[in-house]
Design a protein around this ligand. Structure first.
Ligand code: UDX
Length: 454
């Protein structure tokens, strides 16, 4: 009988920085590659492994060490100590993993590494394996850091307005916060700049954006890195073109959600303000007080995510479930943003939240706190024009009156209607980019095909 020759599927190791905001998009990207015949092994740290219960069964999981195998960042005591240790221990243990897989005949064809972990590229090159950098933040932010790497931009910023090729003009309030915390936290600044330390050796540079969203900067960087490809937004396809109905089962989170859908179902279309400040930043007491008072006084319904770590800072008399408002410790944000009752999103502008609100056409009120969030806020409000920025003082506190006015403007004014129409257009473009023939879809096919034929 004729023997059927089954082509070997290419095998990729996918190595995200071990935090939810990095693992989620890289996992979604992995699933897209799987659909194109690529086999995926997700690599995480031993300390983070237990958080990964929701990975699809078709994806294998391997672990490496960050030097704090029991407790990760909390065992290290600070992100800086943790990342320094990961930098020391990670490369050796990644090398050991590649050796182990090679010896067992499970050869790795490509390492897709989080750009926060550039040492992974050096390891893959040592093994003669294709290395693909994956940027979880957008290219406007990344291009700022790239210019620091080039020696063309340095803290402290002396110009009032920062002008870089193919980018909108940026004021200090739009620049990543690390420019202003440089003296106190040089490590984080060095870390984001180090993303480019060996980038010229990367075989591919992938970024969780879509071309139409950052057209100018993408065209500019593609001239420098011909193998730059936009492959996003990497969110479950059920929230984009609805092609993968099983997708949301694998939305990964280490937090326990609370059901708010029943409460949302009782609210009219576009009537609820959704408030959430992401996974990492915990609001202080005064910040909580101002947001709480605003939500109590404003005329809209609200759904507010107050993380367990912030709960004791919520004003004591603040009721967590009323006709007007609901406070939860966690929710499925994508399902919430997709609910027709949601009228706007008060957000810290983390990159995942930004992409999610954009894909679901929800207008925003930007309250950025640190890191890339300030630049994302600039893009959301002034470039993509799908929201407004709440005035925040130097201590990152928003005055309740100012936040209330912003909510009224987005939810009730003529400008609000314009903003909603812009948000809807971005949603259409995001869906188009990720469906058959769209820019990101084409780029993903090209990348997957290159692995299948290498
Ligand atoms: C961090 C940094 O703060 C940010 O600057 C960077 O861009 C990414 O990493 P994070 O605080 O995790 O961001 O926010 P974000 O990137 O927006 O990711 C939060 C994720 O948690 C989103 O995918 C969101 O859907 C999810 N989420 C949040 C929930 O599912 N439920 C919630 O209740 C809150």
């Amino acid at each position: 009988m004729e023997k059927k020759i089954i082509a070997r599927r290419p095998h990729c190791l996918v190595l995200p920085h071990p935090a939810q905001g990095h693992i989620n998009p890289m996992l979604q990207f992995s699933k897209l590659l799987e659909h194109q015949g690529v086999r995926i092994t997700l690599v995480t740290t031993r300390s983070y492994y237990n958080n990964l219960q929701k990975v699809p069964p078709s994806i294998s999981i391997e672990t490496i060490s960050d030097g704090f195998d029991k407790g990760g960042v909390s065992e290290a005591g600070s992100l800086t100590v943790y990342m320094q240790s990961f930098l020391q221990v990670g490369p050796q243990t990644l090398g050991e993993l590649l050796e182990k897989l090679g010896q067992s005949g499970d050869t790795v064809d490509c390492v897709i590494y989080d750009s926060f972990l550039p040492w992974a590229l050096d390891v893959s090159k040592r093994f003669g394996i294709v290395g693909a950098a994956y940027f979880t933040q957008n290219m406007t932010v990344s291009n700022i850091y790239y210019h620091v790497h080039l020696g063309k931009l340095q803290p402290p910023l002396t110009e009032d307005e920062i002008s870089l090729p193919a980018m909108p003009k940026l004021q200090h309030k739009d620049m990543p916060s690390f420019f202003f915390t440089y003296g106190r936290n040089q490590f984080m600044f060095d870390l984001v700049v180090a993303q480019f330390s060996n980038i010229d050796k990367a075989d591919w540079i992938l970024c969780n954006i879509f071309h139409e969203l950052e057209k100018e900067v993408v065209d500019w960087v593609t001239k420098i890195w011909p193998r730059f490809r936009s492959i996003g937004p990497n969110i479950p396809s059920v929230f984009l073109d609805k092609s993968g109905q099983d997708d949301q089962d694998y939305e990964f989170t280490q937090f326990k959600g609370e059901d708010c859908m029943e409460w949302l179902n009782t609210k009219p279309k576009g009537s609820v303000v959704y408030v959430s400040f992401g996974t990492m930043f915990a609001l202080g007491e005064t910040q909580m007080e101002e947001v709480a008072s605003c939500l109590r006084e404003c005329s809209s319904y609200f759904l507010w995510v107050v993380k367990a770590s912030e709960d004791n800072r919520l004003p004591k008399d603040f009721e967590k479930k009323t006709e007007k408002g609901l406070v939860v410790t966690w929710c499925s944000q994508l399902n919430v943003l997709a609910h027709e009752a949601i009228g706007c999103f008060v957000t810290h502008c983390g990159w995942n939240s930004t992409l999610e609100t954009l894909c679901l056409g929800v207008p925003i009120i930007a309250m950025p706190f640190y890191s890339d969030q300030l630049t994302n806020a600039k893009l959301l409000t002034d470039v993509w024009k799908m929201g407004i920025r709440a005035p925040i003082d130097d201590d990152k506190i928003v005055q309740r009156g100012a936040l209330r006015d912003c909510i009224r403007e987005v939810m009730e004014s003529e400008k609000g209607k314009e903003i909603k129409s812009n948000a809807t257009q971005w949603k259409t473009l995001a869906v188009k980019a990720t469906t058959q023939g769209g820019s990101s879809h084409r780029n993903i096919l090209e990348f997957a095909n290159s692995l299948c034929h290498s």
